[in-house]
Design a binder for this molecule. Structure first.
Ligand code: AMP
Length: 436
């Protein structure tokens, strides 16, 4: 049924509606890739495996801090809590390891100390803080760590060896514990000492609950979706989303495009695009992607109308024009009302939706309508049982800005990691974990 449902929608511009679209999204392929990522989870470890053990947990506490070192968004701290609570509840001593920012050597500005009060509050235990992440003082604190205790190590990126995945450094981190848990999805696409190297010296190595949820949605739900399955891809440039688009062609029934990238597609179709963002060297690629959609039987929808501006500014003059008639000197900064209507109608037919990248320059209120409309539609669909996945990056910011974050099935905490996973790339931090 699903494959035909989308075909009832009348496209407005350059759409490929084939009754058999999506046939290439073989469940076989999907199952293979999700199995490849099936990893042992922290929930597989029971009290007998954990009581009295020291567990090294790589978390992502890379939170934004204001000038007074106060946390301005604690989403990542809250996301780390379920795994830690499970471990301390089962009698483990937990050693937390994270990076914060991009320090060049030791820099107080990037200390993890400001995290201690909030972590303690959320966990209901007094979190201890080490002044380093390796060395004698840390070893002493680890030795004194009681069952159910939590020790936060200092920023692991104070050592350049972390990002170099230095084996000696990884060995030192590993020597602190008996068990390794990786719950830092946001850095899983990097082979660093605390995300990958450490697993060579510390087993078992398992996924935390947050990591597991990311994999369940970004690999599981995407590989074996309830259909029709639609992807919405936006953002600034087609060049940064080619991998995602090509990978999604293998899986989705419907692909909706928005954001700055659409103008490269329009220009490739011979339309005038005014001063909109265009990647001249990607015109052939855009044509090839359109052809590929056709060959794969994917319904590719481009917006039929756009909101154009006379300059790139929040207070620009703006008007709605057909996508095929962008006047000279004007630039497209959002999708138009007809496109929103069509996208909404198409989305109403779906059972699974993944979204990556805003529909317009949503940072400017005047050009946020397309992005807001998608966020609202997905929130509404989630309430009706549709699986909605916000695949990281700016679309997460847009959903949060709209106050709809808790209305989606899954909001990915990883920007680069989500994108790489959606592109079908294996993540070193995940591959390194024990298979389920
Ligand atoms: P990305 O990181 O590739 O997902 O791109 C997100 C950025 O794309 C946001 O900062 C948006 O402001 C920008 N963007 C979206 N639509 C447009 C557009 N029509 N022209 C220029 N930039 C855009």
């Amino acid at each position: 049924m699903s494959r035909q449902t989308a075909a009832v929608h009348r496209p407005l511009f350059c759409l490929f509606l084939c009754p058999n679209h999506g046939q290439s999204a073989t469940p076989g392929n999907g199952r293979r890739s999700s199995e490849a990522m099936a990893k042992k989870s922290v929930g597989d470890l029971k009290e007998a495996d954990l009581k009295g053990k020291r567990v090294f947990v790589r978390v992502d506490l890379n939170v934004p801090l204001d000038e007074n070192q106060r946390i301005t968004d604690d989403t990542r701290v809250r996301a780390a809590v379920p795994t830690i609570k499970y471990l301390i509840g089962n009698g483990a001593g937990v050693i937390l390891c994270s990076h914060l920012g991009r320090p060049k050597g030791v820099a107080p500005k990037y200390s993890l100390k400001p995290l201690v009060p909030r972590l303690s509050e959320l966990l209901g235990v007094e979190v201890q803080m080490a002044n380093d992440c390796i060395g004698e003082e840390v070893e002493k604190l680890v030795a004194a760590l009681p069952e159910g205790g939590v020790l936060l190590l200092e920023n692991v990126r104070f050592y350049k060896e972390e990002e170099k995945n230095d084996p000696e450094f990884a060995k030192k981190l590993a020597s602190l514990a008996d068990v390794y848990v990786n719950d830092a999805f946001g850095t899983a696409h990097r082979a660093h000492a605390s995300t990958e190297g450490v697993t060579k010296f510390l087993k078992p190595a398992v996924a935390g609950y947050l990591m597991q949820k990311e994999l369940d949605y970004l690999v599981g739900a995407v590989s074996n979706p309830k259909r029709p399955f639609a992807a919405i891809v936006g953002g600034s440039k087609v060049s940064s989303k080619i991998g995602v688009i090509e990978s999604l062609f293998e899986k989705v029934d419907i692909l909706l495009l928005g954001g700055g990238m659409i103008f490269t597609f329009y220009k490739a179709q011979g339309y005038s695009v005014g001063s909109s963002l265009v990647e001249e060297d990607k015109l052939e690629l855009a044509t090839a992607l359109i052809e590929k959609a056709k060959a794969k039987g994917v319904s590719l929808l481009l917006p039929t109308d756009v909101v154009v501006a006379d300059k790139f500014a929040a207070d620009a003059e703006s008007k709605v024009v057909p996508a095929s008639a962008i006047p000279d000197g004007w630039m497209g900064l959002d999708i138009g009302p007809d496109s929103i209507k069509t996208f909404n109608e198409v989305l109403d037919t779906t059972k699974t939706v993944i979204w990556n990248g805003p529909m317009g320059v949503f940072e400017f209120e005047k050009f946020a309508a397309g992005t807001d409309a998608i966020a609202k539609k997905l929130a509404e669909l989630t309430g009706k049982g549709v699986t909605t996945i916000i695949g990281g990056g700016d679309s997460v910011a847009a959903v949060e800005k709209a106050g709809l974050a808790d209305k989606m099935s899954h909001i990915s905490t990883g920007g680069g990691a989500s994108l790489e996973l959606l592109e079908g790339k294996p993540l070193p931090g995940v591959l390194a974990l024990n298979d389920a």
